[in-house]
Design a protein around this ligand. Structure first.
Ligand code: MLT
Length: 269
């Protein structure tokens, strides 16, 4: 992972977000997954900023952004991002690219801030809500993280984020991702877990999406299966689907060249 540039603090709603902004051109908003930060987009920030105004925030409570305790809903994160665009004086509708939890937030952004969108890219994510048991498990984990720290989440997530062979060979991006998870603020991680447990099911809304949409999935994704993501693309009018061979859940980090090429080709079409 190359090092992204240092962030700046931007006042948004009742908090401050840490935000990376690089390049000029059409605005491209990169929204990270859980429990991560903007650094998962290093391979996109460095390459795509030659043609786009890349904006990569740390979500509320994660990375270097200020923490909100309790629960942060996907709707709250979406509203933060809409306010961030206003704070950065972004007047043009944006290309919104979200991975996993960033995808859950993307659905809420479509529902609440459609006028701010030019195109949508959702990577390695799902449209369904959590089943009851999964939601209960997330709430239990949230309480545990508040008491014991984020190691419990890092240990549980790592084998799901990457194919086993990448973990076994000690890939640099695996180690960097683990370090981000361990450094994440426990209260912010717990709040995101509770927010994901409460997220609405977006499946029935997919056919109503009326902006160009690209769905990208690592073919070995263990959290958001490629077949399910292909179904999401098929449910969205004109939705396109790209499968990234040899990647797991963190497709932009594992295969940046392929991921960036998919974005460039979609935005040219
Ligand atoms: C993510 O990568 O954001 C998480 O895997 C999402 C989730 O836990 O559902």
């Amino acid at each position: 992972m190359s090092n992204p540039p240092a962030g700046k603090k931007v006042a948004v709603a009742d908090t401050h977000l840490n935000v990376i902004e690089q390049g000029k051109g059409r605005p491209l908003l990169l929204v990270h997954g859980f429990p991560l930060d903007h650094s998962m987009w290093a391979g996109q920030i460095s390459e795509l900023s030659s043609d786009f105004r890349v904006i990569a925030p740390d979500l509320r409570g994660l990375g270097l952004s200020e923490v909100t305790t309790g629960t942060v809903t996907m709707q709250r994160y979406a509203d933060d991002l809409a306010e961030l665009l206003t704070a950065l004086d972004v007047k043009e509708p944006v290309i919104f690219c979200g991975l996993s939890m960033g995808g859950y937030i993307a659905w809420q952004f479509v529902a609440r801030h459609r006028a701010k969108l030019a195109a949508l890219i959702v990577a390695d994510s799902r449209a369904v809500a959590d089943a009851e048991k999964a939601a209960a498990g997330r709430k239990e984990t949230a309480d545990k993280v508040e008491k014991e720290g984020t190691k419990v989440v890092a240990d549980a997530m790592l084998p799901k984020l990457f194919p086993a062979r990448e973990i076994e060979r000690g890939a640099a991006f695996v180690k960097a991702t683990e370090a981000v998870m361990l450094a994440s603020p426990p209260a912010g991680v717990a709040a995101a877990l509770r927010g994901m447990a409460a997220r609405p099911d977006f499946t029935s809304e997919l056919p109503k999406i009326d902006i160009p949409t690209l769905i990208i999935c690592g073919e070995e994704d263990a959290i958001a299966p490629a077949a399910e993501m292909k179904g999401i693309a098929e449910a969205i009018p004109g939705g396109k689907f790209v499968n990234i061979a040899g990647a797991g859940h963190m497709s932009p980090l594992e295969k940046p060249a392929e991921f960036n090429a998919a974005i460039r080709s979609f935005l040219k079409s």
